[in-house]
Design a protein around this ligand. Structure first.
Ligand code: NAD
Length: 245
């Protein structure tokens, strides 16, 4: 299979897009470390995935906003699964507040997870990952077009594209590719819990709602050798929602 002998880390892997990405990478032959903040949810995800991929899944408790926990999760991956060569920076948070009500801590809280969390894993990749590795950063179409109440999220996801570009340049000499996906509306709690969606301020046509598996398939392509010449790319996975007037 395409990802035989590959070792992957997926952050925010207990549900939504992260769980779908973990499942898809396992189906394609990889071993996968599930990274998340809640051990009970990681255990449930692992039990589910192990029915299809016994012995190829492990978990690491890790707040991606804490660099020392990221380093420990990476070392746990090497110890439990072997030398890792894929990272999917999927963990994310989205908070809702008017700009005039936001504090610097609100901004730091979002940037710590949505931007620095990815930076910490990329840093570890550049320090420890073997050649031929691949990083996928899960950004958002909010990096390009956005809505009220989510300024820190939109800024973090836009900065994540900039980090993707920079890391793709510096990663090239190390044989590590770095790309980003920009999901549109995807059928996870993050979409339906969005107050803008609940209030009707953001209208979602169900024809524009994708499945976590749609994003997972794109991630699986980007980390595979089929994408060996794809580096520094940002790929919308939104069913064309962003392109329409
Ligand atoms: N669902 C959508 O419509 C949509 C659209 C665009 C982008 N995205 C992005 O896709 C990614 C996955 O989102 P999702 O829709 O699956 O929602 P989700 O809420 O199911 O997934 C987010 C995951 O990140 C984890 N997480 C949050 N903070 C963390 C931290 N500090 N350390 C470790 N894990 C942390 C959460 O526990 C959760 O498992 C996010 O980066 C999100 O911004 C989602």
């Amino acid at each position: 299979m395409k990802l035989d002998n590959r070792i992957a880390i997926v952050t925010g892997a207990a549900g939504g897009i992260g769980l779908a990405a973990a499942r898809r990478l396992l189906q394609d032959g990889a071993c996968v470390m599930l990274v998340g903040r809640h051990q009970d949810k990681l255990d449930t995800a692992m039990a589910d995935l192990e029915t299809e991929a016994a012995g190829r899944v492990a978990t690491a408790l890790c707040d991606v906003a804490r660099e020392e926990m990221v380093a420990a999760a990476v070392d746990a991956t090497t110890a439990k699964l072997g030398n890792w060569d894929i990272v999917v920076n999927n963990a994310g948070r989205m908070d809702f507040k008017r700009i005039e009500e936001q504090t610097a801590d609100d901004w730091r809280g979002t940037l710590d997870v949505d931007l620095l969390g990815a930076f910490y894993f990329i840093k570890q990749a550049f320090l420890k990952m073997r050649r031929g590795g691949a990083v996928v950063n899960v950004s958002s179409i909010h990096a390009m077009e956005t809505e009220p109440l989510v300024a820190p999220y939109a800024a973090a996801k836009a900065a994540l594209l900039s980090l993707t570009r920079s890391a793709s340049i510096e990663g090239k000499a190390r044989g590590i590719r770095v790309n980003a996906v920009l999901p549109g509306a995807v059928d996870t709690p993050m979409l339906w819990d969005n107050p803008n969606v609940k209030s009707g301020a953001e209208v979602i046509d169900t024809a524009d709602v994708g499945k976590p598996e749609d994003v997972a398939a794109t991630i699986a392509f980007l980390v595979s050798d089929d994408a060996a010449f794809v580096n520094g790319a940002t790929l919308n996975v939104d069913g064309g929602r962003l392109a329409r007037l």
